[in-house]
Design a protein around this ligand. Structure first.
Ligand code: FAD
Length: 390
């Protein structure tokens, strides 16, 4: 039997494993694959050379597969190069408050008034344009095995887990405290799946392929890591669907009208997909959180922890891992901003404002998670069978 051992509702979410796999297979994965190839979504702005704020740099690794090929300025879309004319903090206005719940399930639907330049409060990076930023064509720099491992990589993951999101024993902690651990663990699973899914099998012949035993050793043999991957996927998917009306009105201008119309069409097919709406309308219910007396305090604590995790990405000693680490942490930070918003304080009635780069990170993160889910769903049962039969 090739059946998955995961069934029932994904923990703390509102959809079951079978439905998520089916929706991913039929709708999300194919659309996302097309979306991230478009000019709007394939260029990511990033500061790759920054000092690690926590310990002296141990030197960027010199492995061949760690290097990132940056774009010449002429390659990336002209509107991305223009000085920002978007919104600043002073332009932000408030909506009427909605006092029923601590977290509002809706977002001002016609809120898009240009990309904002205001930094994401959940992340550490200064995202404002400056000469240290480069544009990277993500399609030319896929997330895959790079050879980055050993004490440098271990130190980052250890710092992420031990300092910033300790694993709380489930019976003793509330949902809010577990969220950060689950999100990071889900992201870690996805990174490991991509390493194992696109692995350098034979250096001499430059032969790349799947390393199934690595996939098993790092992820599949730990059911909680697989569950956390599904959780992170649904969490990010919920952020995207919550911001659907905003994202529908956003500006996907790259200077190529035909391509931009296609980007908009793909976004609409994703955001308002009837199959998704029917089978999994609210992938994750964020309104359940931050309700108790400790809600605001907890939210601020978690925001600070997430900012630390974001700062740790500057310590990743491999350029390509750093690129994808920064992108995916910004994507998660954007999901957190959409779902719990803005300053870790009371969020009611605030209008959403996103940076272009945040949306690029968010959709690329969702695509990475969707690919990981597909691999786990398709390969998981047979890999487990082989490995456990040994
Ligand atoms: P690691 O993956 O380093 O895990 C360290 C420890 O964390 C494990 O021993 C386990 O206790 C725990 N752990 C592992 N997975 C989970 C999980 N899902 N949930 C909870 N706990 C877990 N390498 C590449 O080749 N390509 C990349 O693109 C890449 N990107 C990276 C991005 C970042 C931000 C970082 C920090 C590292 C990246 N690496 C990348 C390195 C890679 O993640 C591993 O660190 C490396 O391959 C060594 O793996 P390992 O077996 O020591 O275990």
């Amino acid at each position: 039997c090739q059946c998955s051992k995961y069934s029932g509702i994904v923990e703390d979410c509102c959809c079951d494993y079978e439905t998520v796999d089916r929706l991913n297979e039929e709708v999300l994965h194919p659309l996302l694959q097309e979306l991230v190839k478009t000019a709007f979504f394939r260029y990511f702005k990033v500061k790759l050379w920054c000092d690690c704020p926590f310990w002296p740099d141990d030197g960027m690794c010199r492995l061949r597969d760690c290097s990132v090929c940056e774009c010449p300025e002429s390659e990336f879309p002209e509107p991305f190069r223009r000085p920002h004319s978007g919104l600043s903090q002073d332009d932000l206005i408030c909506q009427e408050g909605k006092p029923q719940a601590a977290v509002d399930r809706t977002i001002d639907s016609k809120a898009f008034r240009g990309w904002t330049v205001t930094d994401n409060p959940w992340t550490n990076d200064d995202e404002t344009d400056n000469s240290e930023m480069t544009y990277v064509n993500l399609q030319l720099n896929p997330e895959r095995y790079t050879g980055y491992a050993g004490p440098s990589a271990r130190r980052i993951w250890d710092a992420v887990y031990s300092e910033n999101c300790p694993k709380y024993p489930s019976e003793e902690s509330c949902q809010e405290e577990k969220i950060l651990y689950k999100l990071i663990s889900g992201l870690h699973s996805s990174i490991s799946i991509h390493i194992a899914g696109d692995y350098l099998l034979d250096e001499a012949r430059n032969l790349w392929g799947q390393n199934l035993s690595l996939m098993y050793d790092r992820v599949l043999q730990y059911p909680d890591r697989v569950r956390n991957l599904y959780f992170t996927f649904l969490f990010v998917l919920r952020a995207v669907t919550k911001a659907a009306d905003y994202l529908e009105y956003a500006e996907y201008d790259t200077g190529n009208l035909t391509e931009d119309l296609r980007t908009m069409s793909l976004m609409r097919q994703l955001l308002f997909n009837p199959k998704l709406k029917a089978a999994c309308p609210i992938p994750y219910d964020e309104a359940k959180l931050w309700r108790g007396q400790r809600g605001p305090e907890l939210k601020q604590k978690i925001q600070q922890q997430f900012r630390n995790i974001s700062a740790l990405m500057d310590c990743v000693g491999c350029e390509k891992c750093r690129l994808w680490g920064k992108l995916q942490v910004l994507g998660l930070g954007t999901a957190l901003k959409i779902l719990f918003s803005v300053d870790g304080q009371e969020q009611l009635g605030q209008t959403l404002h996103l940076q272009r780069n945040e949306v690029i990170a968010l959709m690329n993160l969702l695509t990475r998670l969707s690919e990981s889910l597909k691999i786990v769903h398709e390969m998981g049962p047979s890999v487990e069978k082989i490995m456990e039969g040994q």
